[in-house]
Design a protein around this ligand. Structure first.
Ligand SMILES: Cc1cc2nc3c(=O)[nH]c(=O)nc-3n(C[C@H](O)[C@H](O)[C@H](O)COP(=O)(O)O)c2cc1C
Length: 275
């Protein structure tokens, strides 16, 4: 950048700072982003909580706790109440496992993974309480199931509805091969009998926390990921969390816009390959 342009930019940034505390954080982030060539600094600084800026910005409307689809619904059985392995042992044994046997997932296993992953475990009057902690109790995580070899479920793409503990069939078909391609060609995805896809409804959390919500929804989804890992471990299943995927292609598969609903993780799941 020429000296003239640098001077002009410095003057502009000084002016922006005058707009108030949020603008000052924005400028700090912009300066850091330019210095390091890393755009995340702009977001990171702009969403820092400072005493005089916290929650001062306008926020989106609350979109509601639940998302529903109009396809055929499949009742899920009661999730298992116990696995025979205690929580401490399941945490100690947990590993990312990427090979699967050819046996199908049972509907009870599907129900147990989804329920303990994102399910409703209680109510506080009209307010659902979930298996995972989440910022403000705002419950941004949605779970989808891509099933190819699950008992009593035709191959297809499903959405889990925690309020009724049912699966809604969004589209019939075999999508694990396409999903593997979307996950940068990770073949183990295509070899699993099913995969859980986790997304976050940004506006649920942003309705309270504005742009800071983009940080929180990833923390919240990480808690769901760990729930699913621990349940898989306790049931003797294999799973792994995948964060490497072509975002827009995954959004197209799920029929979501990639902005109000953001894909965060893919978790292929199945019985472990015999060693
Ligand atoms: C955010 C995130 C993204 C990940 N993405 C992938 C992935 O794309 N493919 C994969 O095989 N494993 C992925 N993993 C799993 C890690 O490779 C794994 O957790 C790590 O190697 C530690 O092994 P462990 O889970 O067995 O302890 C990811 C893990 C995290 C937390």
């Amino acid at each position: 950048m020429s000296m003239d342009k640098r001077i002009l930019l410095a003057k502009l940034l000084r002016l922006i700072r005058l707009l108030g505390p949020s603008a000052r954080l924005f400028v700090e982030g912009l300066e850091k982003a330019l210095e390091d060539g890393d755009v995340s600094a702009l977001y990171h600084y702009s969403t820092m909580i400072k005493r005089d800026t916290y929650l001062e910005r306008p926020r989106p409307r609350w979109p509601g706790f639940f998302k529903h689809c109009r396809g055929k619904h499949y009742e899920l059985p009661e999730p298992l109440r116990a696995s025979g392995m205690d929580a401490l042992e399941a945490i100690r044994r947990r590993r990312s496992r990427r090979s699967y046997s050819s046996s199908p997932l049972s509907l009870e296993e599907v129900a147990t993974l989804l329920y303990y992953g994102v399910g409703i475990t209680g109510w506080d009057n009209e307010w659902p309480l979930r298996s995972y902690p989440c910022a403000g109790g705002l419950q941004p995580v949605e779970a989808y199931l891509v099933a190819e070899n699950a008992e009593d479920l035709p191959p297809g793409l499903y959405h889990y509805e925690p309020d009724t503990h049912r699966l809604c069939l969004m589209r019939r078909g075999r999508y694990l091969g396409e999903l593997a391609e979307i996950c940068l060609g990770q073949e183990h995805v295509a070899e699993a009998p099913a995969a859980i896809i986790l997304t976050a409804m940004y506006q649920r959390t942003a309705s309270k926390y504005h742009a800071k919500a983009y940080r929180y929804i990833h923390v919240d989804t990480g808690a769901v990921v760990e729930n699913i890992y621990i349940v898989a471990e306790a049931l003797g299943l294999a799973t792994v969390v995948i964060g490497a995927f072509y975002d827009q292609e995954l959004c197209k598969l799920l029929g979501i816009d990639c902005y109000t609903e953001i894909p965060v993780a893919v978790m292929p799941t199945g019985h472990r390959a015999e060693i």
